[in-house]
Structure formats: C-alpha cells, structure tokens
Design a binder for this molecule. Sequence first.
Ligand code: ADP
Ligand code: MG
Length: 297
Amino acid sequence: MESVVSAWEKYKLVKRTRKITVGNEKGGVGKTSIIRLIPFILSEWGFRCLIVDKDIQSNTTKSLYVTRSLYHKEEVTIFKKTFMKGIADGDLADLPVNVKENLDFIPSSFDLGSFPTFLSKKFGLVDKFDPNYASVTKEKYEFFKSMIDEISKDYDFVFFDTPPTNSDYTEAAAYASDYILIAFQTQSDSLDGAKNYVEQTLTPLVEKLGAEIEVMGILPNQVTKKGSIDNEVISDAKRIFGEDNMFQNIIPYSKAIQNIPRNGITREGYWNSKLFSEIFEPITEEFLTRISELEAE
Ligand SMILES: Nc1ncnc2c1ncn2[C@@H]1O[C@H](COP(=O)(O)OP(=O)(O)O)[C@@H](O)[C@H]1O
Ligand SMILES: [Mg+2]
C-alpha cells in the first residue's frame, strides 16, 4: 500500500477534494460496477473516499453493506436518519457509514423517492418551459451541492452513483460534481444513452445553470461474454466524443464483477485478484492520470 503523500505526488495531483458522478442515461451499462471498484482501490492507495448512492434501486448500498460485513463484526443497527431526512434537514453529517479504512458511503433510502417533490415544495415547481426554470432549478441544485460540499471536506474523492434517468437525481449529482465519468457499454444502444446524457443532462446544466463540470472520460464496458469488444461501436464513440475523451483501458467481460453483490468487494480468490490487478488497478491509475492531465491544461 502506498502512502498518501506518494500517491498524490505520483499522480501530480494538488491535494483537494474531487467529486465525480458516474453517469449514463441507460441502465445496465456498468455505472454501479465502476462505483464499487474505483473508490475501493483508491481507498487502498490511501485516498479517503465517500460513495453517495443516489439510486433508489440501492444496488451500490446493498453491496457495500455486504463488503462492510467483511471488515466490521457488528452490524449498523441504529440509523440516525435516512438520506432523504438528511437532505430535508439540510445536514448530511450523520449519514456516512464506514465500510473499511478510507471508505465510507451514504446509503440510498426508501424515502429518497420524494427527493424531486421535496425540491419542488421547497423551491417551486417549474417545468422546462417556465421562464424561471433556470433560476429555480439552480437554487435546488445549489442547495444539494452546498450540503455535499460541507461533508466533502473530510474526503479526497466523493463519488455519486446515479439512476438511469434524466431527473433531479442525476442532475443534482452532476451539478454537485467536478467531473463526470461516463459509463458506456459496447454491446448495446448505450452509446445513445451516453450521447443523450451529454446532450440532455450535462450540456443544459453547463449552459443554463452555469455548472462547472467536465467530462473526465468515457469508459467502455463489455458486459456480455459473447463477441469481442465491438470495435465499430468504439470508433463511433471516438468520433462522437473525441478520441482524447475515451479511456484507453476498457472493462472486459468479467464474472468476478457479477459476484460482487453476493460476496462483497474483495481481492480474495483468483478471479477477484485478477479483476483488481489486471483490470481495475490500471483503470484507477488512468482515472488519476486523466484528472491530473485535465488539471495541468
Ligand atoms: N464487465 C462486465 N462483465 C460482466 N458483467 C458485468 C460487467 N459490467 C457489468 N456487469 C453486470 O451487468 C449488470 C449491470 O451492471 P451495473 O454496474 O449494475 O450497471 P448500471 O449501474 O449502469 O445499471 C450487473 O449485473 C453487473 O454485474
Ligand atoms: Mg446502477
């Protein structure tokens, strides 16, 4: 394990908090799988990480509880409050749950379904045609962002897992972020999902709401075993997003990824150890290098 100082130095990163949303308008493309592995590896390298689960499906939350049980004997029995209650109180301080050294998460909660309604009640109900749309929506997302910024001070990286929708969940997360990592599956129409995500979620946030976000990379994922990575889809993606925006590493088909919900995130076992050393450690290195290069520009 590297010391924190050397990890910051190795990747030429100025020491500060960075917030990242993993997004795509399509489901089943690997968002949650990425969120399980990159922060876990960063935490091993000495970076303090927080994962915020904004997806009511709670896939990240469930697997992090399983992972937590590998490190903690006692279960989390007393919940101070749910994610939604924290948002309503304007204070998320009590929410992070520890998984292991350097890795915490904010669990998704059943009542997070009322997040859009809560924002509308507090700041006003506006649709995209309303003349006040931009100002009201900016207020909503600033409210969420300032709460996140308050707890982010304790972390080096904050990751948001998001549902596959164009909604307050995905928009508020992206608005609160510095960087967007787009997950993208080569074997399906998720290229459209990635394109829609950029055009319908990210671009309006930047242009209408003044969000200060940057796409830090598009990470191709081959979810199915059949067929090699579809080179045609990859070259389409390069043409659409620009070659520089594509990760050079890809996620190949991996059964070990599919076992995480059941077994938790662990290096134990031959295939898990290969998943770390051959796939996700190089991806995490590229993740840090890409950020460092963007910030050097
Ligand atoms: N590279 C991969 N190889 C094999 N299975 C994968 C891979 N990436 C994702 N999966 C599986 O595909 C499903 C969807 O992945 P997930 O990360 O949950 O996507 P999303 O969060 O975008 O909906 C999960 O069952 C996951 O285990
Ligand atoms: Mg998911």
